[in-house]
Each structure stands twice: as structure tokens, then as C-alpha cells.
Design a protein around this ligand. Structure first.
Ligand code: PLP
Length: 392
């Protein structure tokens, strides 16, 4: 039998890919067990019917053949317009590559920034796919830890030290899993590091419509950053279109030309009827995005209220995104042990912090993704469980 490539065999770095508890919870649900699942970032609402109507009309209207590889001009312009709404930046359609989801945009952006063997920085805790994505393009991930006592904002000095010899820096604000929204001081620090070490910054902004405190400030808008930033976005989170696989990379025109070339040799573009649905979704403006985001605001409040009435768990109120990181260190359990036992004893599934890097050890991540009453019930069970462990 021929050998597999080292790159793919080593994609998970030889360890756990962090999704074990999620798969176990899904298997239990499939077997009919009443698991309350708060694992991945999947809305409990589906894609809006009007968006599906637009998709249907486009497909029936004949947009089922090969679509323009970098994306339709209409969608690229709609994305550019949305990017311009956050900051005064010169985005036009030529600055945007449409991709099948934000995940493939992350892969594409790193393919452009890194050669085989290059060091790629990522900030820990991180979205669970990051290390595998970086290894997938042949880069070597270097994690820069952040700390709960800093609200998980990265420290400039740590980034500066880690950036020696690196090619890229992957940042994510609003952040999954921590809910941190990077402050102006953090963004200024990242920009200084990027310029000092001539890094590409890959800015994962897929949660830009979900900011509960402060504002979303794109790193590309800082002086000297537009030309070195590849911004990753997606309609998954802001329009509950996770299954449509529609995302983008935005950046300098030449970078987009290279990425279009990559798309020609990998995905060959995104289905036209999905793109038309995305263009329609964006035409609905920020009001439509606010409707999709509203349940997370309510559930964040439910969780924070319950948190206030107990001792076992601490949390930094998330400034954005659709999760809350709970600090469960007082129970003496690891995030993984807590998550596994919570699933066994209470039928509630959350993600172990360790799935998101060493800096999230002793935490679990709760996704705000069940209807309010069920979510409240799941949180009651979780807090009761934690109180039992604290007392034990
Ligand atoms: N980036 C972050 C931080 C995420 O949390 C996710 C999904 O959960 C993605 C990227 C990928 O999203 P998609 O590929 O659905 O656009």
C-alpha cells in the first residue's frame, strides 16, 4: 500500500483533534438520548426562508452551472460594501475572493502567506481547527498564550517575542472560544508586531456581527495594515447560513489574484445559486444580522444571571461571539474531565477548554445555541453539577 503524505497524516499533530466529546454527544443523541447540546457554533434557528427563496429562484432561474471562480461581481461587491461599513477602507469587488465557507478561506489565506516549513503564529485559546489548518498548508503553528486575568487579550511583548522568524499571525476578534473583542490597545500592539516582523495578519472576523460590548474594529483599518492583512469572513454566523458554506478572503488586489488562482486549482468556485442567496442575504442590511444575533444576547444574560448566584464557576462576560468560557478550576477538574462527567451525569454537552489550546485548560466553552428555556435548564444542571464537584 502506498504511504500517506506526512502532511495529512500529521494534520492533528499526533494528538487529539479536540472534537471527541462532541462526537460522543452526537452519537448519544443519534441513539435517542436526550442530550442538551451546547457544543459547536450552530444556531438553533435555520437560514431565513427569504434567503432560501432567493436560493431556489436562482437555481430554478438557471444559475446551476459553473460560477465565476473568484465569486460573482454582485456578491463580491456586496461583501466589499459590508467591509466598508465597518471602516473607511478601499474595498471593491476586486479585493474579495468568495470561498466555500470561512474555514476554506483560512486555509487559502495561509496558503498564500506561508511556504512549507514557515512558522505561523496563532493566539491561544484558538478555534479548534487552527493548528490543523496551519499544518495543512505545511506551516508550523506557534501558539502565543493569553490569560484569563487579561480577559484573554494577547500581550504585545509575548507576540513580539514569538514573531521572531514567523511569516504570519492569525488573530480572531470577536474571539471563539473566549468571547474577547480586541481593544484598541491590543489591535495597536498587533499592528506594531506585524510591521516590525513583516508578518501577514490573517484576521478571522467571522463573528463581526456579534459584538455585545465595544465595537468591531477591523485590524486592516489601522495605519499600514491594509496591505498586509487578509480578512476572513463568512455568512455562517451572521446569517445562520452554516450549511451553505459561503465565506470570503478580503485583501490587496494582487493577493486576491493569487488566491483566485488557488481556487481555480482547488474548489473551482462556489455554486452560483448559493452566491445569489448570499447576495440577497447581504442586501437585507445589518437589521437582518441583528435578528440572527439577538438570541445570543438573551442567553448571555441568562447565563450571567445564574453565574452571579453561585461560587463554583467564574467567567469573564464575553464581549462578543456566541459562546461563554467558564472557568471551572475551583472544581479541581480539567475541562475534559468536567465535560465528560457533565455529559454522563447531566446529559449536557459542552466543549472542554483543552480543545481550544493549553491556555484554555481548566475551562469549558458553552455555546449559546439552544432555545432560551432549554438553555436555562441546561445551565441549571451545569451549575448544580459544578456545586456538587466543589463540595466533593
Ligand atoms: N473561524 C472561527 C473562529 C469559527 O468559530 C468558525 C466556525 O465555527 C469558522 C472560522 C469557520 O466558519 P465557516 O467555515 O462556517 O464559515
Amino acid at each position: 500500500m502506498p504511504a500517506y503524505s506526512n502532511r495529512l497524516e500529521g494534520l492533528n499533530g499526533g494528538g487529539d483533534d479536540g472534537w471527541g466529546l462532541f462526537y460522543r454527544a452526537r452519537a448519544m443523541k443519534t441513539a435517542g438520548e436526550p442530550v442538551l447540546e451546547l457544543t459547536i457554533g450552530e444556531h438553533d434557528i435555520g437560514t431565513a426562508p427569504e434567503i432560501l427563496d432567493a436560493m431556489d429562484a436562482s437555481a430554478r432561474g438557471g444559475h446551476t452551472g459553473y460560477a465565476a471562480i473568484p465569486g460573482t461581481t454582485g456578491l463580491r461587491e456586496a461583501i466589499a460594501k459590508r467591509l466598508r461599513s465597518f471602516a473607511d477602507l478601499p474595498y471593491g469587488p476586486e479585493n474579495v475572493l468568495v470561498t466555500p465557507g470561512g474555514q476554506s478561506a483560512l486555509f487559502a489565506a495561509h496558503s498564500l502567506a506561508c511556504d512549507h516549513g514557515d512558522t505561523a503564529l496563532m493566539i491561544d485559546p484558538y478555534y479548534a481547527t487552527y493548528p490543523g489548518t496551519l499544518r495543512g498548508v505545511g506551516a508550523i503553528p506557534r501558539a502565543v498564550p493569553t490569560y484569563p486575568e487579561d480577559g484573554f487579550q494577547p500581550r504585545e511583548a509575548d507576540l513580539m517575542a514569538a514573531a521572531e522568524g514567523a511569516k504570519s499571525l492569525l488573530m480572531n476578534s470577536p474571539n471563539n472560544p473566549t468571547g474577547a473583542v480586541y481593544t484598541d490597545a491590543t489591535l495597536d500592539g498587533i499592528a506594531r508586531v506585524a510591521k516590525a516582523h513583516d508578518l501577514w495578519v490573517i484576521a478571522d472576523e467571522v463573528y463581526d456581527s456579534q459584538v455585545w460590548e465595544g465595537v468591531h474594529r477591523p485590524i486592516a483599518s489601522l495605519p499600514g495594515m491594509f496591505e498586509r492583512t487578509l480578512t476572513v469572513g463568512s455568512l455562517s454566523k451572521c446569517h445562520a447560513m452554516t450549511g451553505s458554506r459561503l465565506g470570503w478572503v478580503a485583501g490587496p488586489v494582487e493577493a486576491i489574484e493569487h488566491l483566485t488562482n488557488l481556487s481555480t486549482h482547488t474548489t473551482y468556485g462556489v455554486p452560483g445559486y448559493i452566491q445569489d442567496a448570499g447576495e440577497f442575504a447581504l442586501s437585507q442590511g445589518p437589521e437582518a444580522e441583528a435578528i440572527v444575533a439577538a438570541p445570543f444576547v438573551r442567553r448571555r444574560a441568562i447565563l450571567l444571571e445564574k453565574l452571579a448566584g453561585q461560587q463554583a464557576i467564574k467567567a469573564i462576560p464575553p464581549a462578543g461571539a456566541m459562546y461563554v468560557m467558564l472557568d471551572i478550576r475551583a472544581t479541581g477538574l480539567s475541562g475534559k474531565a468536567f465535560g465528560e462527567a457533565l455529559l454522563d451525569e447531566e446529559m449536557v454537552a459542552v466543549m472542554p477548554g483543552e480543545s481550544f489550546g493549553e491556555a484554555a485548560a481548566g475551562h469549558v466553552r458553552v455555546a449559546l445555541t439552544l432555545p432560551d428555556e432549554i438553555f436555562a435548564e441546561a445551565m441549571d444542571r451545569l451549575f448544580a453539577f459544578a456545586a456538587r464537584k466543589l463540595a466533593a
